[in-house]
Ligand binder design. Structure first.
Ligand code: NAD
Length: 282
């Protein structure tokens, strides 16, 4: 059994990004809008800042009060869209209930949309065209490819159809010529589907949903789930049990999470490149 070590690959990629930024004199900058006091969001945003600074990307935090009006969030997004010194924008989720996240994030200039959530970027993913792909989706695919796990023709079972992971991941894997099955909370025969899959990717947030008896010998298992219980992070997969059956498995933490951070940097650099291409063409 081989561990799909997301931490190790993240660190290798960060060195590559840093070297590229220095060599090509890249002047990228990431603006993150954080609304309110969600503790988990603060940790995620702090991590983004640390890794941006590590590689040489300018990081700007826009911390807005819990009670900020939606129109003020929209004006800030418009201002950042029009600021040529800002090359990437993230609206950190979740936002307070009175702010419509889907609407506000849809206003981000698609060329600055580091999270890959705007309609243009999702439509490009749907059409299999060049796009800024959602970071966790890109993280999973980059990790699997790094370990030479063949996606072409593989039967991949995605568990979870959320907008951030499961749903866009199904499009990205179809683009890689995988045979994709999607399971979700209404699926009736999950163990049976799991036993048929070459690759199982679970993104539900249900602790220990996937157990040893559900995995075929030699399968690959990717655990995306993050559930905080008593100060510990728990995944969707009973990793200790499943390890005995599979050929490859992500540790959790230490698998998809660190790779997602790396892909935020990757998308920030891609956004910068796409904007320059647009400048040159236009
Ligand atoms: P979501 O709530 O949008 O989606 C969860 C999905 O799980 C739903 O489609 C639901 O139908 C499915 N589901 C729930 N119970 C199920 C069950 N018993 N059987 C089958 N399917 C079931 O969540 P999301 O935003 O897609 O995130 C999913 C998980 O991935 C969460 O734990 C989240 O914290 C984690 N996550 C991790 C990263 C990372 O970088 N590692 C990034 C994003 C999300």
């Amino acid at each position: 059994m081989i561990l799909l070590d997301g931490k190790k690959l993240r660190d290798e990629l960060l060195i590559e990004y840093k070297e590229r930024i220095e060599k090509e004199k890249i002047k990228a900058s990431l603006a993150v809008i954080l609304i309110g006091n969600n503790e988990a969001s603060k940790i995620y945003v702090h991590n983004k800042e640390i890794y941006c600074k590590k590689v040489g990307i300018d990081f700007k935090l826009y911390l807005l009060d819990e009670n900020v009006l939606e129109k003020d969030v929209i004006s800030l997004i418009n201002k950042l869209n029009n600021d040529s010194l800002i090359t990437g924008i993230i609206l950190q989720s979740p936002v307070p209930n009175h702010i419509n996240f889907d609407y506000c994030s849809s206003l981000i200039n698609p060329l600055k949309d580091v999270d890959g959530f705007t309609k243009d970027n999702i439509y490009n993913l749907y059409l299999n065209k060049e796009t800024l792909m959602p970071c966790t989706v890109k993280a999973i695919i980059t990790l699997l490819k790094h370990y030479n796990i063949v996606l072409d023709g593989a039967h991949v079972l995605i568990i979870g159809r959320g907008n951030i992971v499961g749903h866009p991941l199904s499009l990205a894997l179809l683009n890689e010529n995988a045979t994709v099955t999607i399971a979700h909370s209404h699926t009736k025969n999950l163990p049976e589907l799991c036993l048929k899959a070459d690759i199982i990717i679970s993104a539900t947030g249900k602790v220990n949903l996937i157990t040893k008896d559900m995995v075929k010998d030699g399968a690959t298992v990717v655990d995306v789930g993050i559930t905080r219980e008593n100060g510990h992070i728990k995944g969707d997969v009973d990793i200790e049990g499943v390890k005995e059956k599979c050929a490859f498995i992500t540790p959790n933490p230490g698998g998809v999470g660190p790779m997602t951070v790396a892909m935020i940097i990757d998308n920030t650099l891609k956004a910068y490149a796409l904007q320059r291409k647009e400048d040159i063409n236009g």
